[in-house]
Write a protein that binds this ligand. Sequence first.
Ligand SMILES: [Zn+2]
Length: 214
Amino acid sequence: MRPVKKGKWPTNQFGYIKLPADYRDFLPDLKADIGHYCSYCECRTRSLDVEHVIPKSINPQKLEYNWYNLLLSCPKCNRDYKKDWNPSRRGYVWPDTHDTFDIYEYHCDGSMSVNSSVSPYVQIMAQNTINLMHLNSENSSDDELVDMRAEMWETANEDLEDYNIGKKLPDQVAKHAKKTGYWSVWMTVFKDHPEVTQKIADAFPGTLPKYCTP
Ligand SMILES: [Zn+2]
């Protein structure tokens, strides 16, 4: 899960904070801010929902139009899995509040796991997020996402081989990753090459600055 640093609440042409009649009007702002990717499964897709981290049904007045409660999500993650299951942010890790790349590890078979070096408390929250969002085959009825990540691992690994023999430059790898999504897979495959991971982090809007070019 790519950790992001959301920008400030968007403003309108008069400099006032934007308060649209429909929360979906934040979609272009969110895409500009954090890119065309699902905040949870990391797929790149044209059909993205404006996702309420704390379900808007809990307190529509406070939550529905609150910029800081919004992320982007593919319909599967939002409508099939997350729904209204989490009554608050507590007990989970979130890509806009936690360093979710440090917390999770990604593997060549497409699975992911919680990094055992994070505190036991964070480990529990991180596993809760995996369960909530069905991010692993252990809690999903289908292995589609795991298969997608495994395929992306292969793709990234081919780029790594090309990079190692000088056939690809960091910018070319980053451009490729930007097109395909699954940021965490690319970052993991290139983990021994900070000169590449920084470019990959730069290429995805809103990535937590610690991963970007200083
Ligand atoms: Zn998704």
